[in-house]
Design a protein around this ligand. Structure first.
Ligand code: ZN
Length: 266
């Protein structure tokens, strides 16, 4: 039997981070992530980069966040639940157009400014090409999202060390499918609410584990979508991969994979 229970590169579990608002302190955060091989997504309000005192110069964005993901957070940091659909379109499309100019790739992710959203936001967001959006509703668990437009994280960074330890214990038990640790926060909270040492300890605890895929938010979204799009024969002896990336799965418990555009046969 085929089971779609393995992540990219045959990894069984994933860790991702997401930090909002954009700040000069992101430089230090990125250097900690890079030192420990942790990867994440930075949700930026493009309006702040178009004023007189941007957090960093727009021309620096692609090098500052190289190896990580730049994503939307709304051009004006407006609470989406109070916007009508036309205002949502403006809030997101203006953000995408500006960020894409400097990121150099299509920007398709979002986190809700002030954590505010309603289900009526989903349709205009999809129309804007947004494929996932992170909320601020911490779940305390290690599940992948059921609905990517309401992607609830595991925990705020204030509890990052505790949850990093909990995650390692959770993945050390019996394997019942992939687990995801998703930590979010703001780099302007460092020193004020959370110490740099705490984030460094969290990254150190999570680093260098060959069971873990260290991914950006969009990489997790794109991999799971491609995995769910695999076409299986009725007897589970053939798997066609119509996507543009290699996808892993198990066949009778053995880890295997199928190349993009190819047919796997048992
Ligand atoms: Zn924010």
């Amino acid at each position: 039997m085929i089971e779609l229970n393995i992540l990219k590169d045959g990894k069984r579990h994933a860790v991702t981070m997401s930090f909002d608002d954009g700040d000069r302190r992101d430089e230090r955060l990125v250097s900690i992530f890079n030192e420990y091989g942790i990867r994440g997504t930075f949700h930026l309000n493009s309006g702040r980069y178009q004023g007189e005192h941007p957090p960093v110069r727009p021309e620096e964005l692609s090098s500052l966040y190289a190896g990580h993901e730049i994503a939307c957070h709304g051009v004006r940091h407006a609470s989406m639940s109070y916007l009508d659909p036309t205002a949502i379109l403006h809030e997101i499309m203006a953000d995408r157009i500006f960020l894409e100019k400097y990121a150099g790739y299509p920007v398709r992710g979002l986190s809700y400014a002030n954590g505010k959203y309603t289900e009526s936001c989903f349709s205009p967001l999809s129309a804007c090409g947004i494929v996932y959006s992170r909320t601020t509703c911490d779940t305390g668990d290690f599940k992948f999202p059921e609905n990517f437009l309401a992607w609830h994280p595991t925990t705020h960074q204030a509890k990052s060390v505790e949850y990093a330890k909990n995650f390692l214990s959770a993945i050390s038990g019996y394997y019942s499918g992939p687990k995801l640790l998703y930590i979010w926060g703001h780099s302007h909270e460092f020193e004020r609410m959370v110490s740099w040492a705490q984030m460094e300890e969290c990254c150190k605890i999570l680093s260098g584990d060959d069971r873990i895929w260290y991914a950006t938010n969009i990489e997790i979204h794109d991999y799971l979508k491609a995995q769910r799009a695999l076409i299986l024969s009725a007897d589970h002896k053939m798997v066609f991969n119509p996507s543009a990336q290699r996808i892993w799965f198990t066949c009778d418990g053995e880890v295997t994979s199928v190349a993009p555009g190819e047919m796997w046969r048992a």
